[in-house]
Ligand binder design. Structure first.
Ligand code: AHR
Length: 656
């Protein structure tokens, strides 16, 4: 054998060994691993988790608000979607009737000076076709009109001659009539506000609103709104989507973005001042980062109201004079600072203060408790960030010493070079990286500002459109945040919502269309952390050859009646695990009555939920009959399991 042959033979042998090794792997995958998890529940080592740890981040992205939780059914209700220009972009309004019978255009004749564009509809036919001619609005990919429910139409109308308008809710082709009313508009050169309740006599998930007439003449329309009568607390929010949020028990609401706050250009950034007051007078704006128009019905006031309705602390992210592409020089930032101080007076000022009185006039005389603000979003590297930041920081500190301020600069690995109460931390990555980031904050300095992990998620190929795999890595990451909650004060998943018709960002926690919704596995994962905020966390120790695939935490928490030791374990690997959980120093004994196990898993780690199978990957709860201080349990491959051990001093036991 020459040298070359010997070399080839060696390579061959190595390959053979490798292949044999590989062939062994399936056996390994099927094997059951063993592990021991010890919980030290002694009160001396327990630490209280901040009351605010887990909350939500709402961004106007993916039509989360307009065409989402904001229940307004008309899209582009003021005909302003092109900005305050003429001609404006009329879409998605369309005409009913052909060009020879109707001529529709926009002009600048509205009675509302801040949104001056109105729709001019010239009816050319004397004997118009049956059903009339006019315009329709399809809403946001169709309106969900439900049998027996009431819808409140408001619109502003002007017609020099007296005329009749028929307002109807119909199917998308106009053939099925669900509700209709005829309104007589008196001939005048003034605008008239028309209000009409429509009660549906059928259900259609993709309906439209029609405004038609049979009479020749000119009619102007503006600010056409159709709101379901039934909204959450009458505050304009879609009830079923709010109940998804309530199920998360969010302790804070970060709003309204995200990049939405910044804009691609400053002229398109969210401006709180333009989003308050009577809805008819709001100009609306084009969110140029996520590429859609919003009428700003869901404005600054409504966000504060939403936080209150959810029992969550409002966290106002404001634009700091910086967008993706342009910046205000620090020497010129003073008006922006004044604007933000005004926003805080709007939220917190007394009802007789300048801006507090505007809030009171909108229906909320009591202040909203804004205790946190974020100075910009993801702008740390920008040229004027630090300069602008300090101007905002100093002015807010002076006017509102109790407000906690959040910097965009990451302070987890090195100290910040500017004062802050918290720093923002965002992470979007693959599942393995996020799983390993469960120890991200273990070595972070304990002095200095706290961390606000305001955006986290697994994305790209590991996430699909919301996979089990993503939720497992995220759960592991959150166990790490719980353990480090002496330094991590708040955390929220992103993005929260997606209208299935406009998925700009993938994945998202809650998917909806005009009438359906479901939670992704990442949504369900978050429900399992809802009891952690304000609970006590205990040290744990895992010993296993397999521990690099496991993540866990232990808390004690209480519901209105009982106390529980909750042990959460993520099995990120593909092996079944036989786990021994042993607890020491518990102040009460474990009672199997009332103890439960909840498992989030599925047959395939890439499984997702969908409208047709919304609970394919959802937590399944069962009684835990062998609950004890020491117990043997089994963890399914690729699973997130929660053991709630009822503690004996609980009322449940006392009553027996
Ligand atoms: O959550 C989606 C986007 O991700 C946010 O708008 C932004 O803050 C981040 O880059």
């Amino acid at each position: 054998m020459d040298l070359k042959q010997a070399f080839s033979a060696t390579i061959f042998c190595l390959l053979l060994l490798f292949c044999v090794g590989c062939r062994c792997r399936p056996l390994e995958i099927e094997a059951t691993q063993t592990a021991t998890l010890k919980v030290d529940a002694s009160p001396q080592l327990a630490r209280k988790i901040p009351e605010t740890l887990f909350g939500i981040f709402f961004e106007e992205i993916n039509h989360a608000g307009a065409g989402g939780i904001w229940a307004e059914l008309v899209s582009n209700r003021g005909f302003e979607a092109g900005g305050s220009h003429t001609p404006s972009n009329i879409a998605p309004w369309s005409i009913i009737g052909d060009d020879s019978s109707i001529f529709v255009a926009t002009d600048r004749t509205s009675c509302f000076s801040r949104n001056i564009v109105a729709l001019r509809m010239e009816v050319l036919c004397n004997n118009c076709p049956a059903g009339g001619v006019g315009v329709y609005n399809p809403g946001f990919w169709g309106m969900n009109i439900e049998d027996g429910k009431a819808y409140n139409l408001i619109m502003y109308v002007k017609s020099p001659e007296t005329t009749d308008l028929t307002v109807s809710l119909t199917s998308s082709d106009g053939l099925q009539n669900l509700a209709s009313a005829t309104i007589t508009v008196s001939g005048t050169s003034n605008w008239t506000k028309v209000e009409q309740k429509l009660v549906a006599k059928g259900t259609n998930r993709t309906s439209r609103l029609q405004i038609t007439t049979n009479k020749k003449g000119v009619v102007w329309l503006d600010q056409v709104s159709l709101m379901p009568e039934d909204t959450y607390k009458g505050h304009g929010f879609r009830t079923e989507l709010i109940s998804m949020l309530l199920d998360l028990k969010p302790r804070f609401l970060r709003f309204p973005g995200g990049c939405f706050v910044e804009g691609e250009w400053l002229r398109n950034a969210f401006r709180w001042r333009e989003s308050i007051g009577p809805w008819e007078e709001r100009p609306g704006h084009f969110g140029d980062v996520w590429h859609y128009w919003t009428d700003d019905g869901l404005g600054y006031y409504e966000f504060l109201q939403l936080a209150e309705d959810l029992g969550a602390a409002p966290i106002w992210v404001f634009n700091n004079g910086i967008s993706h592409n342009d910046e205000v020089d620090t020497v010129a930032i003073a008006p922006f600072v004044k604007d933000v101080l005004d926003s805080l007076e709007f939220a917190r000022g007394s009802a007789d203060s300048t801006w507090g009185s505007v809030r009171a006039a909108m229906g909320h005389p009591e202040p909203f408790p804004v205790k946190h603000v974020a100075i910009g979003n993801e702008d740390c590297g920008k040229k004027f960030y630090r300069g602008n930041y300090l101007k905002f920081y100093n002015a807010i500190r002076e006017a509102y010493p109790d407000i906690q301020m959040i910097s965009n600069c990451d302070g987890s690995s090195r100290p910040l070079d500017h004062p802050a109460d918290l720093y923002d931390f965002h992470v979007y990555t693959d599942s393995k990286t996020l799983f390993n980031m469960r120890s991200q904050f273990d070595r972070t300095s304990r002095s200095g500002p706290k961390a606000f992990v305001s955006e986290y998620a697994v994305w790209r190929s590991d996430a699909g459109r919301g996979s089990l795999l993503a939720s497992l890595a995220e759960a592991a990451f959150l166990t790490g945040l719980e353990k480090n909650s002496d330094i991590v004060q708040m955390a929220s998943y992103a993005p929260l919502f997606v209208n299935d018709n406009d998925q700009t960002w993938n994945p998202d926690a809650i998917v909806f269309n005009s009438w359906q919704h479901y939670g992704t596995p990442s949504y369900w994962m978050q429900t399992i952390f809802r009891e952690s905020s304000g609970a006590m966390i205990h040290p744990i120790n895992i010993s296993s050859r397999y521990s690099s695939s496991l993540a866990a935490s232990a808390i004690t928490w209480q519901d209105s009646e009982n106390s529980f030791l909750r042990v959460k374990v993520v099995n990120f690997g593909s092996n079944t695990v036989s786990l021994t959980i042993s607890t020491s120093e518990l102040e009460a004994s474990v009672n199997s009555l009332g103890s439960t196990a909840t498992v989030l898993t599925s047959g395939n780690v890439m499984d997702e939920n969908s409208f047709s199978n919304p609970n394919k990957v959802a937590p399944v709860k069962s009684q835990l009959s062998n609950a004890a201080e020491q117990m043997q349990v089994t963890l399914a491959p690729h699973s997130f399991t929660t053991f709630d051990l009822a503690l004996a001093q609980s009322k449940l036991v006392a009553e027996m």
